[in-house]
Write a protein that binds this ligand. Structure first.
Ligand code: FAD
Length: 421
């Protein structure tokens, strides 16, 4: 078959690589001028680095399997990492169950209750059954009022802003349930996965075209070809098309009316700085900033996972956020935004100074995190679309797990098996 794949992120590239190996004639049309989508990379002192902090868990079997297939297994190393929580002006260790049981902002009884409810989330196997409950109500009941105020509520507000009270317990369950203490990172960056997939597609005769933003997709005759147009005016015809772009981009390209189910699920955007510093900024790999007044959600010092020597001695620090697309943190000029973050970075490290930052990069993604409410599950579109030749495999269909490279790879493989063989 002649197959078009729209989007060269984890889903599109995994699918394209499997499809060319099945003998199909495949073209990937990617809107941006680089690979990898949300898992795409920039370079820091010559080494590829993800635009947004990325690691994998030991439970991420599908992406680990792909890493092995690409011959990269030796580079995937799991690390014991350190996590902190900034609460009420103080940073607290939150790396191990023992740290959690010592966590000073909670009383002994509150810590025990928090520990027991977290253990229950680890033990519950079918967390999608909690899909109808709201996460904040669930944790208030089982983890207690104080643990909710200090830990869960700031995390949910940091991630989902004003939508936090609506978030489904299935989402929070998945975040806790599948998490492992050790985090995996690919020495040299996950970019190697995406360049490896690109190579596999090209070696089997497939093509990847960049700068090809999907404008419209239609199949006028259900037995005929699928017509794809891109914003640069190009027109393509395929026997079948796999669409992996965010759901709103697909909805728009099909011309679906505003009340169509395709328009129902909402996404937040993400913004992220990569600061190349001449010294360390925080004493943790991951710091949750549990203060609703903070303009950012988390600071991730990547070079506490991978040594600074990998990046020419630079200490790599991410400062990240999930925000609506009309939020000031999404629309403000990045240089100005960085200035606005400085007072908050100083709260985490009183000595912090912009002169520590030797270089910085800023990334902005409009569709980065679906807003998973109790109603969400009912609005997830099926992979089959109204056009028999068009299959949809997009991040919003990953449920109840939170989106991630692992689930992108798993979905791509499932969809290829089910709809293209
Ligand atoms: C801040 C942040 C942190 C994350 N951390 C982790 C982590 O630690 N571990 C982990 O495994 N995952 C993490 N993820 C999630 C992971 O990056 C995604 O789940 C995964 O990359 C999704 O892949 P995808 O191919 O489904 O979607 P995308 O990456 O969104 O790929 C879609 C592709 O379609 C392209 N596209 C969009 N619109 C159009 C259009 N109109 N026409 C043509 N092309 C278009 C995009 O440019 C993109 O290349 C993180 C994500 C974010 C935002």
């Amino acid at each position: 078959m002649k197959i078009g794949v729209i989007g060269a992120g984890a889903t599109g590239l995994t699918a394209a690589s499997d499809l060319v190996r099945d003998g199909h004639e495949v073209t990937v049309l990617e809107g941006a001028d680089e690979l990898g989508g949300l898992a795409g990379s920039l370079t820091v002192q010559g080494t590829p680095l993800e635009r947004y902090y990325h690691h994998v868990f030991r439970t991420d079997r599908d992406v680990i399997g792909l890493v092995e297939e690409l011959g990269l297994a030796e580079k995937l190393r799991f690390h014991k990492t350190t996590t902190g929580i900034y609460h009420d002006g103080v940073m607290h260790d939150f790396s191990t169950p023992a740290d959690m049981l010592r966590f000073p902002p909670l009383s002994l009884l509150e810590r025990i209750r928090f520990g027991a409810s977290s253990a229950a989330l680890k033990a519950i196997r079918r967390g999608e059954r909690l899909g109808d409950r709201r996460a904040l109500a669930w944790v208030r009941r089982w983890a207690g009022r104080r643990a909710t105020e200090v830990i869960w509520e700031p995390l949910l507000i940091g991630k989902f802003g004003a939508r936090a009270p609506e978030i489904s317990m299935a989402w929070l369950w998945a975040r806790v349930h599948f998490r492992t203490f050790e985090l995996g990172y690919l020495d040299g960056g996950f970019d190697q996965v995406y360049t490896g997939l690109l190579r596999s597609v090209q070696e089997h005769g497939g093509k990847v075209e960049f700068g090809k933003r999907l404008a419209s997709i239609a199949q006028p005759d259900p037995a005929g070809p699928v017509e794809v147009r891109t914003e640069d005016g190009a027109r393509y015809e395929y026997d079948k098309v796999l669409v992996t772009v965010p759901q709103p981009a697909f909805a728009q390209a099909t011309g679906a009316p505003a009340d169509d189910v395709l328009h129902r699920n909402e996404y937040l955007g993400a913004t992220c700085f990569v600061l190349e510093c001449d010294r360390s900024v925080i004493p943790y790999y991951w710091l949750n900033v549990n203060d609703p007044a903070s303009p950012f959600l988390a600071v991730v010092e990547h070079t506490r996972l991978v040594p600074p020597a990998e990046y020419g001695g630079r200490h790599v620090v991410y400062v990240g956020n999930y925000v609506p697309r009309d939020d000031w943190r999404f629309t403000t000029d990045p240089a100005e935004l960085l200035e606005q973050y400085v007072p908050w970075l100083r709260r985490l490290n009183p000595d912090f100074d912009l002169s520590w930052v030797q270089d910085w990069h800023f990334s902005r993604a409009p569709f980065a995190q679906p807003v998973v409410t109790p109603e969400y599950r009912a609005s997830i579109p099926p992979h089959e679309t109204s056009m028999p030749g068009v299959v949809l495999a997009t991040m919003s269909q990953v449920y109840p797990q939170d989106r991630g490279q692992n689930y992108a790879v798993a979905m791509a493989r499932r969809v290829v098996q089910q709809y293209f063989r």
